[in-house]
Ligand binder design. Structure first.
Ligand SMILES: Cc1cc2nc3c(=O)[nH]c(=O)nc-3n(C[C@H](O)[C@H](O)[C@H](O)COP(=O)(O)O)c2cc1C
Length: 302
């Protein structure tokens, strides 16, 4: 019998739906044993978010500062798993604080060491550099990343910003004003993610994961949109400046600086990002080779 651990955190339940669907083929209890560990924070993050809390988590989130969380049961902690599936979401281009806190803990060191790991993210669409940070943390845990599935909101970038913010601030996954599309990963895509589970099942049975990521990519597990990669990289550099500024400032200046960051984000999204997109389209032929190389790299798990 093969044992699988699913470690995850999810505020809206979207990621849990994806994980349940992916794990569906492993529900045969005579062949597989699946344990779930939902990360719970000592002090939970609110959902729906208040605006000041949403921006308030930015510096600690981006700087990957850990917060206390509740450990799993001893029965999970003391077991050696054949496969671990890590379900995560991105906060500010970085694995969310609960996931980051887990990955930096001794608990993760104990669970993930020398174990095949598949990451599954459910995000708006900017996940590529966060996955690089997850890769780094997995290396520190001596875990063995063998697969990655990145599910996103497929709507137009600027549209998904409007609709996800509405979802995060109201808790309602709705068609805003009756004209915008619903935010998040589409129900059809969640439903179809069972196909990844079947592929994972084949590799879990054989214990050979060498071709797993190639097979997952062939099934559409990862889509690299180079404009988003380029925005992600640029925004990481600027977020680094903002987070240092806020964390190094006096406590009484924090809320003022967070408001400034809020304004900066609006300008970056609505003014700068369309210009960067245009430049990206114009320079596409010149950068073609680099774009192909990036695509191959970010689709992979190395
Ligand atoms: C504070 C915060 C920051 C976020 N930042 C990003 C981001 O940088 N990139 C992205 O693609 N999605 C971002 N999202 C969306 C999340 O990755 C995720 O899709 C959403 O929170 C629902 O996830 P959950 O229900 O699994 O918790 C952010 C969400 C929150 C709450």
């Amino acid at each position: 019998m093969k044992s699988v651990l699913v470690v995850y955190y999810s505020q809206t339940g979207q990621l849990k739906k994806v994980l349940d669907r992916v794990c569906e083929p492993l529900k045969d209890s005579s062949r597989y044993e699946i344990d779930y560990y939902e990360i719970e924070m000592t002090k939970e993050y609110p959902f729906p978010w208040k605006k000041e809390d949403f921006f308030g988590v930015f510096p600690e989130s981006f700087k990957q500062l850990e917060q206390p969380f509740l450990p799993p049961k001893d029965s999970i902690l003391n077991k050696k798993y054949d496969l671990i599936i890590l379900g995560y979401q991105v906060w500010y281009l970085t694995p969310s604080i609960p996931i980051n806190s887990f990955l930096k803990s001794e608990i993760a060191q104990q669970l993930l060491r020398d174990t095949p790991i598949i990451t599954i993210s459910g995000t708006r669409n900017m996940w590529v550099m966060a996955q690089e940070k997850v890769k780094e943390l997995l290396i520190q845990c001596k875990g063995n990343l063998v697969g990655n599935i990145a599910l996103v909101d497929r709507n137009v970038n600027l549209v998904s910003i409007v609709t996800i913010v509405d979802w995060m601030f109201t808790g309602l996954q709705r068609k805003l004003y009756g004209i915008f599309p619903k935010p998040g990963i589409s129900p059809e895509e969640i439903e179809d993610s069972i196909r990844f589970g079947r592929t994972i099942q084949n590799h879990l049975d054989s214990g050979d994961y060498i071709e797993l990521q190639t097979n997952l990519v062939a099934q559409g597990a990862v889509e690299i949109r180079h404009f988003l990669v380029s925005m992600d990289k640029k925004a990481n550099r600027l977020f680094s400046i903002w987070s240092n500024l806020i964390l190094n400032s006096k406590a009484e200046k924090r809320s003022f600086l967070l408001k400034c960051f809020n304004v900066y984000l609006l300008v970056a999204i609505w003014l700068i990002s369309p210009i960067v997109h245009l430049i990206h389209l114009i320079t596409y032929p010149i950068n073609y080779n680099k774009i192909r190389r990036d695509k191959t790299y970010f689709e992979g798990v190395k």
